[in-house]
Design a protein around this ligand. Structure first.
Ligand SMILES: [Zn+2]
Ligand SMILES: [Zn+2]
Length: 178
């Protein structure tokens, strides 16, 4: 009887082991599938496979939010340029360059491209910098506030671009494995 008892106790006493590394103690379980994971196998709250899936699910949403942030400043400038044209003025040279972040925004939305996100955000900030300089030399300092407000979206897009790069790298690793 003692023997049976020992075997049972042995079974229940066993520490949970990592599903991938049988020699390592599992410290946590994956928040998605419940697999036992050792410290090195756990990516944030998920096992490696689930982390990839979670990232892949997040990719379109993140890309969309970056695309929107990239769109705000160019739309404002395209709109104000059209207004400017409608009033019989000539289009300022700067207006043409706003097509770059505009195109980048479309590429990010359709292809989730981190390169397009970086290009769009950086070019927007450079264009706003140029705009600020133009206003400053023209003595229109009051309008610098508008430029500063318009800079908020590309700054957020910059942050989003870095997030997108990380997600994209993870998903690519996952696709290479499977
Ligand atoms: Zn999992
Ligand atoms: Zn492990």
């Amino acid at each position: 009887m003692g023997l049976v008892h020992d075997v049972g106790e042995d079974w229940f006493d066993q520490e949970p082991r990592c599903a991938k590394h049988a020699h390592l103690e599992a410290l946590k379980t994956c928040a998605r599938c419940g697999t036992f994971c050792c410290e090195s196998c756990l990516t944030q709250a998920w096992c490696e496979a689930c982390a990839g899936l979670v990232m892949r699910d997040h990719l379109p949403g993140t890309a969309r939010s970056v695309a929107w942030k990239l769109l705000i400043a160019p739309l404002f400038f395209v709109g104000s340029s059209l207004y400017w044209l409608a009033r019989g003025n000539e289009l300022p040279a700067l207006a043409v360059f706003w097509f770059l972040p505009l195109v980048c925004s479309v590429i990010v939305a359709r292809r989730f491209s981190p390169a397009a996100a970086w290009t769009g955000a950086v070019s927007s900030l450079l264009l706003l910098g140029w705009q600020a300089l133009t206003l400053f030399t023209a003595g229109e300092e009051m309008r610098l506030i508008d430029v500063a407000l318009l800079a908020i979206a590309p700054v957020l897009a910059l942050n989003g671009a870095s997030h997108l790069s990380k997600l994209f790298a993870r998903v690519r690793v996952l696709n290479a494995v499977t």
